[in-house]
Design a protein around this ligand. Structure first.
Ligand code: GUN
Length: 634
């Protein structure tokens, strides 16, 4: 068993907080590894640590080329040489060979050297696929990089970084991502992107990262080579990048430029250092301008590194609160190139949706301008479209339908009618039955107009107008319809959980549904937090009867089944089969090898990612056949 592993502890769509454990300690991702040039000492690694750097990156090629550094590193090890006891990644010289055109070492020798000096993440000598490469050059870079990876044996103690190349060709990026992702490389940097980052070509970067992420191995850490500018950090993390290295703090400092969360500014043009800067209140701009070059560079480098770590901590917090998307939208208004990147993200929303959780901890912010860009808006809109298109007529409610006195009448009317009742919601209309589910209830909108254009559009095929309601005898029960519609939204069509005989218990205070029982057995509870169903074993049993495995389920090995029956969680390594359409955070059946139901829980990841993880909990079991039945009324 090696001392290296990568585990996800928290997520917000493709963005995640992870733990990368190395022989020299653990890195929390997303992480930024500041570049330490062993020849040019600026900020010391120990000062970097005090500023928030849990790990650093340096260059194995530069060390090996210098007789003095090489001797020192070979004798006392990399960590002692740099006086840094945390994780250290080393690069191989690929970038230097791209900039200066020469390379006197071969791949095997470079890897061997990095391992010998005790690097925690060792990079092969890959081929830098420049953005101006033609297809054949880019394809050669992908092929040769993969061939070189094949020359290297895996290591138990250090991560092996296998860079993903392919220039601007989406299919080559996909191919490279698949090849490296499913090889013995255990760490995946995205290479060949520095020129794009330098030219603010963020829309191109979105394309590259998406192709790499979508088609690659999501269980391995993904690194963006050279991507440490605070402007682009949130977007890159949103698309699933876990690690960055940054030489920009030093490079910009040498050019008398300062990093800010929204861009770069010239020292000569600013009036004062911002309040968050370590230089604020300690130096005037004039003093820094007139300082000796070395001193000036050091001060600006401190400011720049601080700006990077400050942005990183904001991004991590956003993942924790599950509102990184809102932050991304904010960031993309700070520079036209970032706005172009947002446009690109909007084009891939269909693909991103598969990675989105059922609900989040934070409310959904609806911005009119980008309504088509919200994954939650998309999800509910798609359901609403299907819902109304199956009806011949609808009743459109006013926004004030919840008001006391009005609501009772509406429900009475609903129960005497068989048409769809729709509520206006941020420019579209959604089924009344979903009123309490995420994000219908948990939304902060911008007051977008609630015209009926959208619904008329959806209904045009029937040439019918919105209906005004009918009066008759009671033909349906609102709460029962509500449970069925929520189940359909949450699990899809054809899941029969709630027969006509379902008894529904509601909260005396709020009137909201708490539990649904059949034959005095609770089938499901309705969560107050997001309005979705939590299944009991009885409910899970009914769901099992309406599906063909592995729909909505995971099939575990016999080794695991014994534990899961007793209520223990399911680990990735014991999952033999799973539904590719699982939604992260949704109810998931746990089946034994004979496909018999043994437990039910919530999946931690989406079906798109499931097969890539080998470590950690896959499904948090909340009810099981031999477990204690918890009373889950919340
Ligand atoms: N540093 C910046 N870009 C690259 C790259 O593509 N490969 C390697 N090894 N290092 C880099």
């Amino acid at each position: 068993m090696g001392s290296k592993y990568f585990e996800i502890v928290h997520r917000d769509g493709l963005a995640r907080i992870g733990k990368l454990s190395t022989a020299h300690g653990t890195l929390t991702t997303p992480a930024i590894l500041p570049v330490v040039n062993p020849n040019l000492r600026l900020i010391t690694p120990s000062e970097m640590k005090s500023m928030g750097a849990e790990g650093i990156i340096t260059n194995g090629y530069i060390i090996r080329r210098s007789p003095e550094l090489r001797e020192k590193a070979e004798r006392s090890g990399l960590h002692s040489m740099l006086q840094f006891d945390g994780p250290i990644m080393t690069d191989s010289g690929t970038f230097q060979s791209y900039v200066y055109g020469d390379m006197e070492f071969d791949n095997r020798g470079m890897v061997e050297f990095q391992r010998k000096i005790g690097s925690d993440v060792v990079t092969i000598l890959d081929i830098f696929s420049r953005p101006d490469f033609n297809r054949s050059e880019a394809s050669d870079a992908v092929r040769e990089t993969y061939r070189r990876l094949g020359e290297i044996e895996p290591s138990e103690t250090s991560f092996l970084a296998g860079p993903i190349q392919g220039s601007l060709f989406p299919d080559l990026r996909r191919k490279s991502s698949r090849l490296m992702g499913y090889s013995h490389a255990d760490y995946l940097p995205v290479g060949g992107v520095v020129p794009l980052l330098e030219q603010y070509r963020y829309a191109d970067l979105v394309n590259i990262i998406w192709n790499v992420k979508r088609y690659g191995n999501k269980g391995k850490p993904l690194h963006l080579f050279g991507g440490g500018h605070p402007m682009f950090l949130a977007l890159a993390v949103y698309l699933g990048i876990d690690l960055f290295d940054s030489a920009s703090y030093a490079k910009y400092a040498r050019d008398s430029r300062l990093l800010f969360p929204d861009g770069t500014r010239d020292l000569a043009r600013i009036g004062d250092f911002p309040a968050w800067s370590p230089l604020h209140g300690r130096y005037t701009v004039k003093e820094v301008i007139s300082a000796e070059v070395e001193e000036k560079t050091l001060l600006l480098a401190r400011h720049n590194l601080f700006a990077i770590f400050q942005e990183l901590s904001e991004v991590r917090e956003r993942i924790h609160e599950q509102n990184l998307w809102e932050y991304v939208q904010q960031k993309t208004h700070s520079h036209p190139s970032l706005h172009a990147a947002l446009e690109q993200i909007l084009r891939i929303q269909g693909g991103l949706e598969a990675f989105t959780e059922l609900s989040r901890r934070s409310p959904y912010f609806h911005f009119q301008e980008h309504s088509r860009g919200s994954l939650f808006h998309r999800r509910i809109k798609r359901f609403a479209e299907k819902f109304v298109s199956q009806r011949e007529t609808v009743r459109i409610l006013d926004t004030n339908y919840r008001h006391e006195g009005i609501r009772e009448k509406i429900i009475e009317e609903y129960e005497k009618s068989s048409v769809a009742f729709m509520i206006p919601w941020n420019g579209i209309h959604v089924p009344l039955e979903l009123e309490d589910t995420y994000p219908v209830q948990q939304v902060i909108g911008s007051g977008e107009s609630n015209s009926t254009t959208w619904i008329r559009g959806v209904m045009r095929q029937y040439s019918l107008q919105p209906h005004d309601g009918e009066v008759g005898s009671k033909v349906r029960n609102f709460n029962l319809q509500k449970l069925r519609t929520i189940a359909e939204f949450q699990f899809g069509q054809g899941i029969k959980l709630f027969p006509d005989s379902t008894e529904i218990r509601v909260s005396r205070n709020t009137g909201r549904i708490r539990t649904a029982s059949v034959d005095e057995k609770i089938m499901a509870t309705l969560r107050a937090s997001d309005g979705f169903l939590t299944l009991t074993m009885e409910g899970a049993q009914a769901m099992r009867a309406s599906i063909t495995p592995p729909r909505l389920s995971v099939v575990v090995s016999e080794e695991s089944a014994g534990f899961n029956r007793k209520g223990y969680s399911v680990f990735f390594k014991f999952v033999d089969r799973f539904d590719r359409h699982l939604v992260a955070g949704n109810e998931t059946l746990v089946l034994d090898p004979e496909e018999k139901l043994i437990a039910v829980g919530r999946s931690r990841v989406s079906g798109m990612e499931f097969g890539d993880y080998t470590r950690g909990v896959a499904v948090d079991v909340h009810h099981s056949v031999e477990g204690r039945d918890e009373d889950e009324t919340d």
